[in-house]
Design a protein. Sequence first.
Length: 157
Amino acid sequence: MPRGFGKGAMLWHGRFRKHGYRLTLPRQAILDVLSRTTKHLSAEEIYIEVHRIYPSIGLSTVYRTLELLVQVSLIFKFDFGDGKARYELIRSLEREYHYHHHLICTQCNRVIDYTEFIKDEMELFKKTEKNLSKKYGFKINRHIVQFYGVCDKCIRR
Ligand SMILES: [Zn+2]
Ligand SMILES: [Zn+2]
């Protein structure tokens, strides 16, 4: 394992092995970039960061790797409505991080991560998921909550 990677590396390693993949350098480099930011980065932004440290990793590798990381449930892929896919590390895998959801401003594309009221939300969703599972015989693995609207700065403008 290359030096200088975060403590998430062991966890990522296990996740890949479970799916029959290896934790390659591009995979680890992308996960490392995403673990160091709370922003929701696009593939191009991730590429710029990764490329700075590993010039041999190209944009197509980044695209391919991101798809794989989504597939093995290490990162989330979001569409915030600005025409670009955005990626975020699934931090609930690591104990010290908590769950968060999104408030998305449709005017300035600002994405606010919120962690307040999550407990209330979770209880409501647990109940809803249970009912949906029962009604449709559908096994739910996860859900995404995103509220779209206008942020305080845009309202004041
Ligand atoms: Zn705004
Ligand atoms: Zn987020």
